[in-house]
Design a protein around this ligand. Structure first.
Ligand code: HH2
Length: 390
């Protein structure tokens, strides 16, 4: 990982950041032991703590929760080793070393049921959105007709989508519930037609219901995208039995109630902790680590500012050890900041958010505008030296 210039690294210390600062040389084993993955914010590989750094950080972070570590990679690794040495058998230093590994080499492998994988790519995969719904916030009704949905999916695949995500229930704020039968009635003809017409295409199904997921997997879906992060207790078992990758997204409440549940003390810390818990449940249900993707759920029980904090601190989510999926496309915070009211016209603002997520290490971006996103990622990848993998 390239060293961050000192000034820029310190710019990352905003009031949103976490609560105590430890200079690596002062790292005590007892404190390291308390470090949850989510509490480690990587703010300065290559940052040698300057004389005034500690007081400044403490001033900025007073009263906040969490732990910020800063230091050169070598210093942090030394600190991790020292922590274990002072606490024999203690795993705190080992945990810190593991987190350091994840920042340098994020988890990106996704293993599909047929054994094929998405391996490390230095530009994120693109998931194209197909809403087979009458009421989605940006394209509701356009692809409710199965033929229109199939044509749209084929177009997104032709534009370079690595996977298409088929959803039959709008999850926009305030959306009404759809029965599982109706969800499946909308999905089944589209899945059947795509499996026939594009047998090698990767297909994901966006559902909160285990029964719908099971039926969709039987019809040939390759991945399950669960925006409720396992609200249906049968969901993990369904994905485990099928060997299908499962996206666990963070939200609170339901689409009908979530925008009344946007208050957090520490949005990134709380979302991260909830995702860590969801991932643990999924692993306990028998889903392998490389079949679990995590998503902070932009726009789901989040304010615009909350979404921005999550994007700004996305890098810290790498410490969870699973590939990250991010969906900012056309969402209301993009419209709020850009002043663009029509969701379908929020392409440029959505790209800005997508590029930020890519820069922070997201493995998959869920987007409406596949061609434009691919184009932007290819240029960004080339600038960042990832052109060879694109
Ligand atoms: N966002 C939406 C739907 N599903 N899944 C994941 N994993 N992450 C997201 O951010 C996400 C998602 C909402 O967008 P969209 O599908 O376009 O709208 P609607 O829910 O109204 O159909």
């Amino acid at each position: 990982m390239p060293d961050a210039p000192v000034a820029r690294a310190w710019d990352l210390l905003t009031d949103d950041d976490a609560a105590s600062f430890l200079a690596p040389e002062g790292l005590a084993a007892s404190l390291v032991r308390d470090l949850l993955p989510c509490r480690v914010l990587w703010i300065g590989v290559g940052l040698a703590p300057a004389a005034d750094a500690l007081p400044r950080a403490v001033r900025l972070l007073r009263g906040r929760r969490g732990t910020v570590l800063a230091g050169t990679a070598a210093a942090l690794r030394e600190a991790a080793a020292a922590a274990d040495a002072t606490a024999p058998g203690g795993s705190a230093g080992t945990a810190l070393a593991h987190v350091l590994d994840l920042y340098e080499q994020p988890a990106v492998t996704v293993r599909f049921a047929d054994g094929t994988t998405w391996e490390s790519a230095r530009i994120p995969r693109v998931m194209g959105i197909v809403n087979v719904t009458p009421d989605s916030f940006s394209d509701g009704g356009r692809f409710l007709d199965p033929d229109a949905a199939v044509r749209h999916a084929e177009r997104l695949l032709a534009e370079g989508a690595d996977i298409v995500d088929l959803g039959a229930e709008s999850t926009r704020p305030g959306a009404a519930d759809v029965s599982p039968d109706e969800e499946l009635e909308r999905l089944a003809p589209v899945l059947r037609a795509l499996r026939r017409g594009a047998p090698h295409a990767r297909l994901s199904v966006d559902t909160r219901r285990a029964a719908v997921a099971r039926a969709a997997l039987d019809l040939g879906a390759d991945m399950v995208n669960d925006v409720s992060g396992l609200a249906d207790p049968a969901m993990a078992g369904v994905a485990a039995a099928a060997g299908a990758p499962l996206v666990l997204m963070h939200m609170r409440g339901t689409p009908a109630t979530m925008q009344h549940l946007t208050a957090y003390e520490d949005v990134a810390g709380e979302v991260c902790a909830a995702l860590a818990e969801a991932a643990r449940s999924a692993r306990n249900a028998g889903i392998a680590g490389d079949r679990i993707l995590l998503d902070p759920g932009l726009g789901f029980a989040k304010t615009a500012e909350g979404n921005e904090i999550l994007l700004r601190q996305l890098r810290s989510f790498l410490s969870l050890g699973h590939p990250l999926l991010v969906g900012a496309s056309r969402k209301s915070f993009v419209g709020l900041r850009s002043g663009v009211k029509d969701p379908a016209a929020r392409g440029a603002g959505s790209l800005a958010a997508a590029l930020e997520a890519a820069r922070a290490g997201a493995a998959v971006l869920r987007v409406h505008d596949v061609a434009a996103t691919r184009e932007a990622l290819l240029v960004q990848g080339a600038i960042r030296g990832a052109g060879k993998d694109a």
